[in-house]
Design a protein around this ligand. Structure first.
Ligand SMILES: *[C@@H]1O[C@H](CO)[C@@H](O)[C@H](O)[C@H]1NC(C)=O
Ligand SMILES: *[C@@H]1O[C@H](CO)[C@@H](O)[C@H](O)[C@H]1NC(C)=O
Ligand SMILES: *[C@@H]1O[C@H](CO)[C@@H](O)[C@H](O)[C@H]1NC(C)=O
Ligand SMILES: *[C@@H]1O[C@H](CO)[C@@H](O)[C@H](O)[C@H]1NC(C)=O
Ligand SMILES: *[C@@H]1O[C@H](CO)[C@@H](O)[C@H](O)[C@H]1NC(C)=O
Length: 508
């Protein structure tokens, strides 16, 4: 009694002196394992760690666990970079329990359930990562008793090729992360993985999963779609095609899957047969490229096949000498952030072809084509439109443009003779290019109205030989560049060009 009392007193004194955690390691030694009290490493931190990384045999670990521990409830068991211990056998941990078990880069082949079971109601992180030396036996049955499990890593745990029914049956309400890289898993049965929560992120990366069966994956994805959960399938030989229709037709589930088909096409695109158009998926949505289409009907019919809620971002038509028009309703109700046409034979764009994108459209480009008419009058309905790039077409006139958002207006190399002078409302226009156009009258009033103009280009605008007074009356405080080369100008009347140009750069 007295002895124990003084031992306790001594312990109390020791802890008072060396910090509260010191007394939590055994008085007898645990060599070659080490007991440490406070850790802050690799995002793992806690008190009282048993580190057996230097052990040569499992007996050494057993004997460390049998030392006289002041409390059997430890924070972490660690075994890393160890080439000798091949097994965590029955009873190896005695009655020690842990919140965290961390095993990585070891020669372990077997982990007996009793190494983990005593920790059942305390274990938060269980990490076994042996990608270069797979375990031959992982006690997956213990998983259902881990009710506090948050993070489960079992990479290279040799769980494949098939997971037997209910192998990974999680029962923790706080499960956040399941990492099963490189387990050679090729098939999942209906209940192989259960207990995934709405916020659980699951990595099945670099396995051999080829089929994404609806019956197996849909329930899990439905759960994930209600929270932050994600299923990672990168590096699996996923076979795509019509069998993935269930997924492709459900964007809220599709968003939860990361990965691609074996041939590299995205899961969403692979399901859609958009021929002759093609599809590519990016983080901001899908790009649909119809450069190989021969008629606008082919373009329309491709868009008929895309489900209405698909997230599209770019439309591309490039180097196409056959399509002459983007006709009424060509994209259905689909909407883009970017519409890009270059080197085409397109002469006309029906307002409805761009109006379906009015909420999203940022840049609209039709260049090196034959555009003779453009629906300028609808631009006021595009609240996000920043750039209108219409260089090298056949436009002959431009009406007054109304757009709160427009910043870039590029109209060079057209046949523009007339620009409506009055009624412009483009308060945020920063750059305008009217170059290489046979302007009959210079739109001085428009230029004067641009209070935020930074760059003005009008090379080969037929402005010479005399620039008359008041022709270029800049009223912007941010003007940086005025380009008037090749205008045959020989004389400037007084006040032909007025305004402040920052860092002047005027080319005659
Ligand atoms: C463990 O093995 C290494 C060499 O394999 C040896 O140098 C070391 O002394 C051994 N440690 C113990 C505690 O037996
Ligand atoms: C579990 O792991 C996470 C991240 O790796 C860490 O933040 C957390 O502190 C760990 N919990 C325990 C009890 O070790
Ligand atoms: C454009 O199309 C023509 C034939 O229509 C082809 O010869 C040329 O290689 C294409 N150019 C590019 C850049 O694809
Ligand atoms: C629109 O064009 C501008 C100018 O080229 C560019 O800076 C911007 O990133 C483009 N925005 C989108 C969404 O493509
Ligand atoms: C205008 O577009 C045509 C057709 O694509 C092309 O051949 C020509 O080089 C372009 N001209 C300029 C100045 O870009």
């Amino acid at each position: 009694m007295t002895t124990r009392f003084s031992a306790l007193l001594l312990l109390a004194l020791l802890s008072a002196k060396c910090g509260p955690a010191e007394g939590k390691c055994p008085t007898g030694d645990v060599l070659p394992c080490k007991c440490g009290s406070r850790f802050l490493q690799d995002h793992h931190d806690g008190e009282v760690q048993l580190d057996c990384s230097s052990a040569n045999t499992s007996e050494e670990i057993s004997s460390a666990s049998r030392a006289s521990w002041p409390s059997s409830q430890l924070w972490q068991f660690r075994l890393t970079d160890n080439k000798l211990v091949e097994e965590l056998p029955e009873g190896v941990m005695g009655d020690l329990s842990f919140q965290s078990i961390w095993v990585s880069d070891t020669a372990l082949k077997r982990i007996h359930p009793s190494a983990i079971l005593p920790s059942g109601d305390r274990l938060v992180n269980l990490s076994v990562e042996n990608s270069y030396n797979p375990l031959s036996e992982f006690p997956s049955t213990v998983i259902k008793s881990l009710r506090k499990l948050e993070e489960f890593y079992c990479s290279g745990c040799n769980l494949g090729p098939t997971l037997s029914n209910g192998l990974l049956r999680f029962r923790s309400k706080t499960l956040k992360l399941v990492v099963l890289w490189e387990n050679g898993i090729s098939r999942l049965g209906p209940k192989d993985i259960s207990g995934i929560r709405t916020d659980t992120v699951v990595y099945l990366t670099h396995n051999k999963i080829a089929m994404l069966d609806e019956g197996i994956f849909r329930p899990t994805l439905e759960i994930m779609s209600q929270g932050k959960g994600v299923l990672h399938l990168e590096g699996n030989p996923v076979q795509c095609g019509r069998n993935l229709e269930w997924l492709a037709l459900a964007p809220k589930l599709l968003r939860k899957v990361k990965g691609a088909c074996e041939d590299g096409t995205s899961l969403a695109c692979s399901v859609l047969d958009l021929r002759p158009c093609s599809c590519e998926e990016h983080s901001d949505g899908m790009t649909v490229d119809c450069s190989s289409a021969r008629t606008s009907e082919e373009v329309s019919s491709a868009f008929d096949k895309i489900w209405p809620s698909a997230r599209l971002s770019h439309f591309i038509l490039l180097n196409n000498s056959e399509i002459q028009e983007l006709p009424e309703g060509v994209f259905g109700a689909h909407s883009f952030q970017n519409i890009y046409l270059s080197k085409t034979a397109v002469k006309a764009i029906h307002p409805s072809a761009i109006l379906s994108s009015r909420g999203q459209l940022v840049n609209l480009t039709v260049e090196n084509s034959r555009l003779g008419r453009f629906p300028f009058h609808v631009l006021s309905m595009f609240p996000r439109l920043e750039g209108l790039w219409l260089r090298n077409n056949s436009l002959t006139s431009v009406p007054a443009i109304h757009s709160e958002s427009l910043e870039f207006l590029y109209l060079p190399n057209n046949g523009i003779e007339k620009i409506k002078e009055n009624g412009w409302a483009t308060p945020n226009l920063r750059e305008i290019d009217l170059g290489h156009n046979p302007l009959l009258e210079f739109p001085s009033v428009v230029i004067k109205s641009l209070k935020k103009l930074e760059k003005f280009y009008c090379p080969e605008c037929h402005l010479g030989p005399t620039l008359s007074s008041g022709l270029l009356e800049f009223q912007s405080n941010s003007l940086r560049l005025v380009s008037l080369w090749k205008n045959g100008i020989s004389r400037l009347e007084p006040k032909a060009i007025t305004g402040t140009i920052l860092r002047p750069f005027i080319r005659p």
